[in-house]
Design a protein around this ligand. Structure first.
Ligand code: NAP
Length: 292
């Protein structure tokens, strides 16, 4: 590809970025974002910072003090960090969590790119339009809030939310109802909608490595008219997706959500279109590396 020859060496002009997490050393973001900077020919570097919860305020002050241009925020800091920022974008305010900070000459703005990243991945990777679709959203945790926000910016016909803890599905439905038609349903009620659901999205942790034998819903009703999307990407093909595919359904895996949440962060920070292919190759290589 020739990118290696154009590699930018770190020097006194290098613009610095990073991710704050606890733990953070499993993060695949440094590989993906450094590959993106390299592919775009930018003199920039991205590191993983292990920030203990009691140090998050100081770490945010460090963004200003050291003039880091941008930072991603991961578990457990996504909510806590909000109080130390100067501005919160609508995405992060609605979801209640920040995953991306942009530093504009000392003014820090918090965004959440998870949900819009998910929707962009879904649309670009499957070609699906969400307009007028009936969507079954499984789960009502942090990731579901992001995905629900992203979906609410499209024009779906209706979102149905089913979650083990029904009160959380009720709360998410109530919040999303300001923007879209939405209903909280029990797992039993899913059967009423078997014939009319266009898209099923699993946002729960059910089926994730090392519990990859688990499935979040019954799959015997799935058919070729349904698209089944799982935001889990370890394994890449969850049992839900394998069973859905065996029934003729189109399937969509969670790696794209990770890639595109990073793509939006890259675009907010640099103003350039994200080099998706380079980011995807790096994310896949990082996954393969951690699988061995
Ligand atoms: P979270 O806030 O802890 O929410 C977990 C969700 O899973 C809740 O809806 C929870 O239901 C449900 N759940 C967990 N164990 C369950 C079980 N045994 N049976 C039924 N439901 C169960 O976690 P999160 O941050 O939303 O993450 C959820 C998943 O999304 C994880 O697998 C994570 O890796 C994945 N994720 C992927 C991406 C990506 O980029 N692709 C990004 C973020 C997250 P209750 O409310 O009843 O507890």
């Amino acid at each position: 590809m020739g990118h290696t020859d154009e590699r930018v060496n770190l020097d006194s002009h290098t613009v610095m970025y990073g991710v704050f997490g606890h733990p953070v050393h499993h993060s695949r973001s440094p590989m993906m974002l450094n590959a993106a900077f390299q592919a775009a020919g930018l003199n920039a570097a991205y590191a993983a910072f292990h920030v203990h919860p009691e140090r998050i305020k100081e770490a945010v002050e460090g963004i200003r003090g050291l003039q880091l241009r941008g930072v991603n925020i991961t578990i457990p800091h996504k909510v806590e960090v909000m109080q130390y920022l100067d501005e919160i974008d609508d995405s992060a305010r609605t979801i209640g969590a920040v995953n991306t900070i942009v530093n504009e000459q000392g003014k820090l703005t918090g965004y959440n790119t998870d949900g819009i990243g998910y929707v962009r991945a879904l649309k670009e990777e499957t070609g699906l339009s969400l307009e007028n679709k009936r969507i079954l959203l499984i789960g009502a945790g942090g990731a579901a809030r992001g995905v629900g926000y992203g979906l609410s910016l499209e024009e779906p016909y209706e979102i149905l939310i089913a979650n083990r803890t029904e009160a959380k599905a009720d709360a998410l439905a109530e919040q999303l109802s300001r923007r879209v038609k939405v209903k909280s349903i029990s797992f039993e009620e899913i059967a009423h909608y078997h014939k009319t659901v266009d898209l099923v999205i699993n946002t729960t942790a059910v089926g994730m490595h090392p519990h990859s034998d688990a499935v979040p819903i019954k799959t015997d009703w799935l058919h070729e008219g349904v698209l089944v999307s799982d935001i889990i990407y370890t394994p890449r093909m969850t049992r839900l997706l394998t069973e859905a595919q065996a029934r003729g359904a189109q399937v969509h895996s969670g790696l794209g959500m990770f890639i595109y949440q990073g793509a939006y962060a890259f675009e907010y920070w640099t103003g350039k279109t994200a080099p998706i292919q380079a980011m995807r190759a790096a994310a896949e290589a990082a996954l393969d590396r951690s699988a061995t």
